[in-house]
Write a protein that binds this ligand. Structure first.
Ligand code: GDP
Length: 296
């Protein structure tokens, strides 16, 4: 995904290495190359500005400009800042101290939400958990058909959500709790309604579901291929519902990387996993540091 950005940053570093010394002047030139590379990768404008300011500040230190191998030091500074905007240390999934933990997945239609519910169930089963898939779409109980298909193909149980249950989400939760009591399910992975665009009705519904379920994780699923659109809608979900984490999907595609490099700064929420293919095993724990090393 980051090939183009990576190539352009490498060019910038080659330029610096070719200089006899790193000076304010050629550093300014290098920073300009970096700014253009990030903007071309579709990184949020404000994120780029802040990023550049931090690099400039750190690289200004005398020890960097006068020290041994200054270009190499600039590379390290840029690498570390890339890791920082990707989220710094890896943030693991949170589980509730009183199981079952509820993970609520939200996002626009087509982002990969339902597919990701299945991938996540598979992943948590891999660490010894016992997941139950649940669909909580208040308007279209039929939306669970896809989730049911995914659950049965993977061999996980899927709780049947009927129109009668959805007529009262509070009652639906009570019945779900009665169904899960003492059966050792943990976590409950809850798929929710999606739309093509953010709208007030969707946000009202999701806010209601969040209030009722009290999930330990509210995970925004965003399509990395849609770049800044994914970041903007994440921002809307964060403002209207409140998120705890992000999963970016379709990193196997030819996305330029702008969503991954912007979403943590813009939403303040960590990327915990990335989707790297359609198949159920194509979910990877997101490691900011490793991703930064892939870029530079
Ligand atoms: P939803 O509407 O948000 O529930 O989205 P779906 O789960 O139905 O996914 C929409 C499409 O994206 C499907 O064709 C999925 O197979 C595909 N998809 C989901 N995640 C990934 C991914 O990580 N990589 C790729 N290439 N396709 C994905």
């Amino acid at each position: 995904m980051f090939e183009q950005l990576s190539g352009r940053l490498e060019k910038m570093m080659k330029f610096l290495r070719g200089e006899v010394a790193v000076t304010e002047k050629n550093m300014a030139e290098a920073l300009k190359m970096m700014r253009l590379a990030l903007l071309e990768a579709d990184v949020n404008y404000k994120v780029v500005k802040d990023f550049e300011a931090r690099i400039r500040e750190k690289a200004r230190g005398e020890e960097v400009l006068r020290g041994l191998n200054p270009a190499q030091q600039v590379i390290k500074i840029v690498h570390d800042e890339l890791a920082a905007i990707l989220g710094g240390a890896q943030k693991p999934l949170q589980f509730s101290s009183r199981p079952p933990s509820i993970f609520m997945l939200v996002g626009l239609q087509g982002s990969g939400k339902t597919t990701t519910c299945g991938k996540l169930a598979r992943w948590v089963a891999g660490i010894g958990k016992n997941p139950l898939l649940v669909s909580f779409d208040l308007k279209r109980p039929a939306a669970q058909e896809q989730l049911k298909t995914i659950a049965s193909s993977l061999g996980f149980p899927c709780y049947e959500m009927t129109s009668a249950r959805m007529a009262s989400p509070e009652k639906a939760l009570k019945e779900l709790q009665a169904h899960t009591a003492n059966r050792g399910f943990d976590p409950l992975i809850v798929d929710t309604a999606g739309r093509l665009h953010v709208d007030d009705e969707l946000m009202d519904e999701l806010r209601l579901v969040r209030t009722i379920l009290e999930p330990v994780e509210v995970i925004y699923v965003g399509d990395a291929m849609t770049g800044q659109d994914a970041v903007r809608s994440a921002q809307a979900f964060e403002a209207k519902i409140g998120l705890t984490a992000v999963i970016l999907t379709k990193l196997d595609g030819d996305a330029r990387g702008g969503a991954a490099l912007s979403i943590v700064s813009v939403t303040g929420r960590p990327i915990k996993f990335v989707g790297v293919g359609e198949k159920p095993d194509k979910l990877e724990v997101f490691h900011p540091e490793r991703m930064a090393s892939r870029i530079l």
